[in-house]
Design a binder for this molecule. Structure first.
Ligand code: ATP
Ligand code: MN
Length: 478
């Protein structure tokens, strides 16, 4: 057994002075043939290991290169040098894995995020990605904790589905048919009866419809899984493969839904602030440094941590879609023709509109509710005005839409007539409609894009930098 090591993060907090202990990790730098900065991924803080001059073999010392992996036995002592309180005085150094520092792509200097994306298989070893992915982990953990504490059941909805009921976006087809010579029907169309599932199937764009089946039995469920959209949008907030959290609750109306979403978002931000302070401080500084290069008016008004605390300490603004459009029409930006896209009642707001509302007008997260029915999905509950549905989107500064949700239409006749209007087959979705046939209840739910949440908490501007191996148009490396 070899795993009796102490993690650097723990060692820096409990500091059992002079006791002999073992650490393992990767060399970040080696100075003066004496000082090793060792990192083991538990924290961005490197442990200074001192290899006293004359004590170790020259051949061994030569093998201590950037990114080589080491096992070190030593004693923790108060440091006489600047920059750290404690250091490890090495007694034994074992090279676990050599590394050719000349060839190692990560040199001890600042690399651009674009370059690091090309070597995403190694970028976890940088401070920025170390912090981002430890925060990502914490957020995922906090999400499960939040729902568990509230008595929600974690439901694993399928990844391969046979319907694009949502109409949420372009889908990736799943098939085992030979693409060069697929079986055909007499009319020339492809015969999916011969496909693996006996029908045409896709990767899921959302687990919501299945989630509703769970909610109308357990009361409250959530999903947390991968979703796929073959949308050809090369933006800083769209991925072809992303993770989504979709709670679905029976006996909830739109207001209950908004309340849950707001307390949920605050809970997971609070969790990260409580458990990832050092990483968030690092990311806060990184963002401030990055923004120094920008003109004054493009910089954030608040630092990262300040922004997160601000979100925690203030209520989200709640407005109707109609109010949002009025604000846009009254805005100086509109009057000066600064918007590229048209503004009028009925539009699907573009990112520039959403950002105006959250960044310029309200300067905090905004929940917009009661959208026109024509721009929203069939399952959203119809309001009495005949024009709008009980939808709600949460818009966040710097990101735009982070949550999309609604109260669901629980009245069978209204749901069926909406489906007919939108040419959605009630036969194909017979299983979904059964929830409305057998003891239907008011219910609601929402979807939170996990990566957008991670972006918000870490301050990373490109969504490709908060998922380990991003899948985007023309890119599925690693
Ligand atoms: P957008 O208008 O930003 O494309 P959407 O209206 O398509 O979003 P929904 O279908 O409501 O989004 O999905 C729910 C949530 O999933 C969104 O609020 C967002 O946080 C996230 N999301 C949607 N599409 C993507 C994507 N391509 N990559 C990452 N996250 C996404
Ligand atoms: Mn979209």
């Amino acid at each position: 057994m070899m795993n009796k090591r102490v993690k650097i993060k723990d060692l820096l907090t409990w500091a059992p002075e002079s006791q002999e202990l073992v650490v393992m990790g990767w060399v970040r730098t080696f100075r003066n043939n004496q000082f090793i900065a060792l990192n083991d991924g538990s924290t961005n803080i490197n442990l200074q290991v001192v290899a006293e001059l004359g004590k170790f073999d020259d051949v061994l010392l030569k093998r201590i290169t950037t990114s080589a992996s080491l096992k070190i036995k030593g004693h923790l002592v108060a440091s006489t040098g600047k920059g750290q309180q404690m250091e490890l005085k090495a007694v034994e150094i074992e090279i676990l894995g050599d590394s050719d520092a000349e060839k190692y792509p990560l040199q001890p200097k600042k690399h651009s995020l674009e370059f690091l994306r090309e070597i995403a298989h190694l970028r976890f070893r940088t401070n920025t990605f170390g912090s981002v992915f430890r925060v990502r982990h914490s957020l995922a953990y906090a999400i499960h904790t939040f729902f568990h504490e509230q008595g929600f059941v974690y439901l694993h909805t399928p990844i391969i589905t046979a319907s694009d009921a949502e109409g949420a976006g372009e889908m990736f087809r799943v098939t085992t048919l030979p693409f060069d010579n697929p079986p055909r029907n007499e009319d020339g169309t492809i015969n999916f009866k011969e496909d693996f599932f006996g029908k045409s199937t896709n990767l899921t764009v959302s687990g919501q419809l299945e989630g509703e089946l769970g909610a109308t039995a357990f009361g409250e469920i959530y999903t947390f899984g991968p979703t796929f959209r073959a949308e050809n949008s090369n933006t800083t907030r769209h991925l072809a493969e992303f993770w989504m959290i979709e709670p679905e609750m029976a006996f909830y109306d739109l207001e209950d839904n908004m309340n849950l979403a707001e307390s949920f978002i605050k809970y997971i931000i609070r969790f990260a602030l409580d458990h990832n302070r050092a990483d968030l401080e690092f990311l806060d500084q990184r963002l401030a440094d990055e923004e120094k290069a920008l003109p004054q008016d493009k910089r954030s008004e608040m630092g990262l941590i300040q922004k997160l605390e601000f979100v925690l300490n203030n209520d989200f603004e709640r407005i109707t879609y109609t109010e949002a459009i009025d604000i846009l029409l009254q805005s100086p930006a509109y009057k000066k023709k600064k918007f590229q896209y048209e503004v009028k009642w009925g539009i699907d707001m573009q990112s520039e509109h959403e950002r105006y509302l959250v960044e310029k007008h309200f300067k905090k997260p905004v929940i917009v509710r009661n959208y026109p029915k024509d721009i929203k999905a069939f399952y959203m509950r119809q309001n009495d005005d005949g024009k709008t549905v009980a939808a709600m989107d949460i818009l966040a500064p710097g990101i735009g839409e982070i949550v999309g949700g609604s109260q669901r239409e629980e009245r069978l006749d209204k749901l069926e007539s909406r489906m007919n209007d939108m040419h959605i087959s009630t036969e194909e979705l017979h299983w979904y409609l059964d929830t409305r046939r057998y003891g239907t209840v008011p219910h609601a739910g929402f979807g939170l894009g996990f990566e957008r949440m991670v972006q918000f908490v870490t301050g990373m501007t490109n969504i490709r930098d908060v998922i380990a191996f991003p899948r985007t148009p023309k890119s599925a490396e690693f």
